[in-house]
Design a protein around this ligand. Structure first.
Ligand code: MN
Length: 245
């Protein structure tokens, strides 16, 4: 098995190092990841300047671009082979509910999925890299699963509680929950006296009932949500047609 690994926290992040270490024992791996933290970059591609691919001493490739750039460039220009699987993460912090739209971690996996390759995004629920070894072990176990019942390509979003391996609950299939609106921007004054804004934190969970990703991890379980990319609101399609008559 050949696996392309990327992330959005950058090629030096502990999460991608742990993930690469865990997967190197079961697959041929190649790492192509952003040169710096590009969290929240969603599916953006860099179109206003060229991209460069560098190789670090540990063999990881890093790119002066976004997670989507990394996977895109890897698949279309860098790799001499087509990977069997694309794995993204392990992200520092949860990507649940509406987070998935903003996430660069999910975006790297999405780029693989759009190229027709099964892809999995991994995130730890809490920031700070606590119990990262357990998360990496879980990631390896999930990668080794066959998911034979799923149509290929599939796009899976995994969130792992920061718990010791023995305290982790079962792996459960979930749907995305929903969050409340984001918190307000954080205002500050820069050294020149000008008002500046930091984007505030994501909102708290709003729809977090049984069956959601939020509910699973709140109960110590490992959440896997199958994602799709077609944003068509099918339930509104007929209503829209009526209003256009
Ligand atoms: Mn990140």
């Amino acid at each position: 098995m050949k696996i392309l690994i990327s992330n959005d926290d950058g090629y030096l992040a502990p999460g991608i190092v742990a993930l690469a270490d865990a997967l190197a024992s079961i697959a041929e791996i190649v790492v192509v990841a952003p040169d710096s933290n590009r969290s929240g970059s969603s599916n953006s591609l860099t179109l206003d300047r060229p991209l460069s691919v560098y190789k670090a001493a540990n063999g990881f490739h890093f790119v002066n671009g976004t997670p989507s750039d990394c996977v895109h460039v890897a698949l279309t220009g860098v790799l001499a082979f087509r990977p069997d699987l694309i794995v993204s993460g392990i992200n520092q912090g949860q990507n649940m509910g509406d987070d998935t739209l903003y996430s660069g971690t999910v975006a790297a996996a999405t780029e693989g999925y759009l190229f027709g390759i099964p892809s999995i995004a991994f995130s730890q629920v809490e920031k700070g890299w606590g119990e990262l070894a357990a998360a990496a072990r879980v990631a390896r176990e999930i990668v080794q699963r066959k998911f034979d019942t799923l149509d290929k390509p599939y796009l899976l979003n995994v969130n792992i509680p920061n718990l010791p391996y023995d305290e982790l609950g079962e792996i459960v299939a979930t749907r995305l929950g929903k969050r409340h609106q984001s918190e307000a921007v954080i205002r500050a004054i820069d050294p020149h006296g000008r008002e500046i804004f930091w984007i505030g934190p994501a909102g708290q969970a709003r729809e977090a009932g049984e069956g959601t990703d939020f509910h699973a991890v709140a109960n110590g379980r490992i959440s896997i949500t199958p994602l799709q990319i077609d944003l068509t609101h099918n339930a509104q399609l007929d209503s829209l047609k009526k209003s256009l008559r």
